[in-house]
Design a protein around this ligand. Structure first.
Ligand SMILES: *[C@@H]1O[C@H](CO)[C@@H](O)[C@H](O)[C@H]1NC(C)=O
Ligand SMILES: *[C@@H]1O[C@H](CO)[C@@H](O)[C@H](O)[C@H]1NC(C)=O
Ligand SMILES: *[C@@H]1O[C@H](CO)[C@@H](O)[C@H](O)[C@H]1NC(C)=O
Ligand SMILES: *[C@@H]1O[C@H](CO)[C@@H](O)[C@H](O)[C@H]1NC(C)=O
Length: 359
C-alpha cells in the first residue's frame, strides 16, 4: 500500500537519527567518565537532590554543638559532652519532618521486618550502626571478615548482613530474592570500592551498574503489592583520603577522580529513584563533609558517620510509610505511642554467637 510506504519512508530516517544520536550520547558519556577518572584536577561530583523527602533526608552538614544547635536537633547518639561536630539536617529536610529517630522508634520501625544490608565493609560499618541503634548494651557486634551473619531481635526483627562487595554479587542476590517467597522488607546495598580497587575501570563499573539496575527493578516489581514494594536503598561511594590509605595498591587505585567517576556511573545508571527504584543514602556527602579527621585509614569513618547514615535511612523509611497500607500504617503509628513489648525489648538476645555463615 502506497500510504504505508510513505509512512515508512518518514519513520526510517527519524529512527536512524535517534539511534545515531543515542550511540553518540553513550560514547560521549563513557569518554567523559574515562576522562574524569584520569584527570588530575577534581570537579567534585555531587548527587542532585530531588524535592522528594527521601532525597532531602540526605541534605545537611556537620555542625559543632553551640547555643542554637542542641543535641535534640542532631543525629549523634550519644550526643554528650564532646564538642566534636554532629550531623545536622538542612532546613528543607527538617520541613519534611526529618528528625532524630530514637531507639524505641527504631525498634518500632523494624518490628516484624526482615532487614538486609548487603555489600562491602562500608555496608558492614552501617550494619554496626544499625545494631547500635537497635540494641542498648553493645552486645550485638558485627562479625568482621568477609562473612555473612544475622541477628534476631524480640519484636520479630531479623537483621542480616551479607558480604557482597561487587555489584555483580548484589545482582545475584536480587535475582534470588526475586524468585523467593519471602524477600527482605528493607534492603541497603553498598558496592563500588572493591571494583575500584581490583578492576579499576569506571566504564566496566557503569556496565555492571546497568545490569544491577534491571535486577533491582525486577526485584521490586516481583514483591510489589498495591503499587508498593520492599524499600531499597543504595550508598554513594565514600570519600577517600589517599595519604591515609594503608597500602600502595589502595593509594594507587582509590583516588578522588575515581571516586567521582564511580559516583557519576551510579547516577547515570538510572538505578536511583526517580526514575529508578533505589533511594540514595549519600555516603559521599556525609563522609566528605566529615573530612579527614573522621577517618583513621582514609576509607572507613568514625562511628558517628555511620550513625548519621542510619538516621538518614530510618527517616527515609518513615517518610516512605506515611499514609500507606494498613500494615505500614500500624508500624508508623507505633512510632508515636510506645508498644507494650517495648519494656521487654531492652534485653536483646543474640541468636548466632558469631559469624556462622547463613545460606
Ligand atoms: C551554631 O552553629 C551553627 C551551625 O554551624 C551556626 O549556623 C550558628 O551560627 C552557631 N551559633 C552560634 C551562637 O555560634
Ligand atoms: C532545635 O530544636 C529546638 C527544639 O526542638 C527547636 O526549637 C529549634 O528551632 C531547633 N534548632 C534548629 C537550628 O533546628
Ligand atoms: C564504634 O562502635 C563499636 C560498636 O559498634 C564499638 O565497639 C567501638 O568501640 C566504637 N568505636 C569508637 C571509637 O567509639
Ligand atoms: C562476588 O563476585 C565475584 C566476581 O564475580 C566472585 O568472584 C565472588 O565469589 C563473589 N562473592 C560472593 C561473596 O558472592
Amino acid at each position: 500500500m502506497p500510504h504505508s510506504n510513505v509512512t515508512r519512508l518518514r519513520v526510517k530516517p527519524l529512527l536512524a537519527a535517534l539511534v545515531t544520536g543515542g550511540i553518540f550520547i553513550c560514547v560521549w558519556s563513557l569518554m567523559a567518565l574515562a576522562r574524569q577518572a584520569r584527570g588530575d584536577s577534581r570537579q567534585m561530583f555531587e548527587f542532585q537532590q530531588s524535592s522528594d523527602c527521601k532525597s532531602l533526608a540526605n541534605s545537611g552538614s556537620w555542625a559543632p554543638l553551640n547555643d542554637t544547635i542542641s543535641c535534640s536537633n542532631l543525629t549523634a547518639t550519644p550526643c554528650g559532652a564532646d564538642t566534636a561536630s554532629h550531623w545536622s539536617w538542612a532546613a528543607p529536610a527538617v520541613q519534611c519532618g526529618t528528625r532524630q529517630i530514637t531507639q524505641d522508634q527504631g525498634r518500632a520501625l523494624f518490628r516484624d521486618a526482615w532487614l538486609v544490608v548487603a555489600g562491602d565493609s562500608i555496608g558492614r560499618f552501617f550494619f554496626a550502626a544499625l545494631l547500635r541503634l537497635l540494641s542498648d548494651s553493645g552486645e550485638y557486634q558485627i562479625v568482621v571478615g568477609h562473612r555473612d551473619f544475622e541477628y534476631s531481635f524480640p519484636g520479630g526483627t531479623r537483621a542480616t548482613f551479607l558480604w557482597a562487595p561487587y555489584a555483580t554479587n548484589l545482582t545475584a542476590h536480587l535475582h534470588t530474592w526475586e524468585q523467593a517467597k519471602r524477600a527482605p522488607d528493607f534492603l541497603v546495598l553498598s558496592c563500588g570500592l572493591w571494583h575500584m580497587l581490583h578492576i579499576t575501570d569506571p566504564i566496566d563499573f557503569a556496565a555492571t551498574m546497568h545490569v544491577f539496575k534491571d535486577a533491582a527493578a525486577a526485584f521490586t516489581q516481583a514483591h510489589s503489592k498495591d503499587g508498593r514494594g520492599p524499600q531499597t536503598a543504595l550508598f554513594s561511594i565514600t570519600e577517600v583520603y589517599p595519604p591515609r590509605l594503608r597500602t600502595e595498591e589502595k593509594r594507587q587505585h582509590l583516588t578522588l577522580p575515581m571516586v567521582d567517576a564511580y559516583n557519576q556511573a551510579i547516577a547515570a545508571s538510572g538505578i536511583l529513584a526517580p526514575p529508578g527504584t533505589m533511594t540514595l543514602i549519600d555516603m559521599h556527602h556525609l563522609t566528605q563533609g566529615c573530612g579527614p579527621t573522621c577517618t583513621h585509614d582514609g576509607l572507613h569513618y568514625s562511628n558517628m558517620t555511620y550513625d548519621a547514615a542510619v538516621q538518614i535511612f530510618a527517616n527515609q523509611i518513615r517518610s516512605g510509610e506515611s499514609g500507606e497500607s494498613q500494615h505500614q500504617q500500624s508500624r508508623l503509628s507505633s512510632l508515636q505511642r510506645s508498644h507494650p513489648d517495648d519494656a521487654t525489648m531492652s534485653s536483646f538476645h543474640r541468636v548466632e554467637m558469631s559469624g556462622k555463615a547463613i545460606s
